[in-house]
Design a binder for this molecule. Sequence first.
Ligand SMILES: CC(C)(COP(=O)(O)OP(=O)(O)OC[C@H]1O[C@@H](n2cnc3c(N)ncnc32)[C@H](O)[C@@H]1OP(=O)(O)O)[C@@H](O)C(=O)NCCC(=O)NCCS
Length: 378
Amino acid sequence: MKERFKKGLEDVVASESSVCFIDGKKGQLLYRGYDIRDLAEHSAYEEVAYLLLFGKLPGRKELGSFSNELAGCRELPERLVDIMGHFCRKLLPIDALRSCVSLLKCYDPAGNDRSMEANITRGVDLIAKFPTIVAYYYRINQELKIVHPDKRLGHAENFLYMLSGKKPDKLDARMTDLDMVLHAEHEFNASTFAARVTASTLSDMYAAITTAIGTLEGPLHGGAASAVVRMLDDIGNERNVEGYITKTLESHGKIMGVGHRIYKTLDPRVAKIRELARQAGERKGDLRYYKMLVKLEDVIKKAGLNKKGIYPNVDLYTGAVYKNLGIPEVLFDPMFALGRIAGWVAHVLEQYGDNRLIRPVTVYTGKKNLRYIPIGKR
Ligand SMILES: CC(C)(COP(=O)(O)OP(=O)(O)OC[C@H]1O[C@@H](n2cnc3c(N)ncnc32)[C@H](O)[C@@H]1OP(=O)(O)O)[C@@H](O)C(=O)NCCC(=O)NCCS
């Protein structure tokens, strides 16, 4: 029994899936067979979401009607917006997103219809509404008037518009879109796996996506981008990077944005996000984070981490991109969710399509055969 046990389920094959392929040794990431680098170069988030959900790249007409469908589903039920106004001010946007997804079930026109068709409609609706929930809650929390979605704008562009109240310029919109593409899917990462476990009990889509958001929040997963920015603020400037990293490694601490369960070489998304961080920094006239991160990559390499298979992951540069796009730090975790929702939905649909309850076993390490002593005699 003991040899079957893999802590953290490392290398355990938990399912078959046609959504995503990762070769962690070669540094390859494919969404439905397409290389992430090609998708990042050529596709907008709407196209990638279509690909993940339906398994093929859309034609012009299909993409047009899918984008229109998304744009048409963005607005939230009025009652839900009212409820958001009553959330405790301390509630983080990622928690507000989790709570709102749960509540959206009350407004589902298909009720308890569990057909594949109804679930696809629900999934598209969630992809469309995620940015609205995040932007509305942020503005409500800041005591600002909400900005309603604009159907004429693309998915990422509209999010920035709802957040700031101003039409974003094309480059900021494209950078945000690209970030969503890079985060859209990543095989059996913790949040996706959690969503599939929930779906495997035949719980509904809202329950599965709520589970995924809860799992995303931790600093070892979706919380890494904000942890990186906190680390950079602690470091202060480029000159302090080496000393900080050396001290962290000497005390067996972890460096945020570095290391990955699957990639034992450079994460294939890093080159693109590094470039985005440089562009976003240049536009803002502030390359401080970018320069610290480039230095950090060099320092961890010299410290021998790469030889141990520990390389930068996508989230090393994500926070620097967000910061320079003017996205508040409290929205970093939700930003990850805005991208990953398409992957989550694709996996939940796949799970429903060929379901078997996910229920692993443990190696029991407790005592056995204890004699029960009544409470009065203990
Ligand atoms: C992502 C992560 C959780 C993967 O963890 P994992 O596969 O469970 O690997 P472990 O945490 O067991 O680490 C294995 C070894 O690598 C080292 N290691 C892993 N990530 C490290 C990091 N970020 N900094 C320093 N050392 C690291 C561990 O100390 C451990 O060394 P040891 O064997 O000498 O004890 C881990 O790399 C990490 O915590 N990274 C920082 C958080 C992060 O960026 N998360 C976003 C992921 S996209």
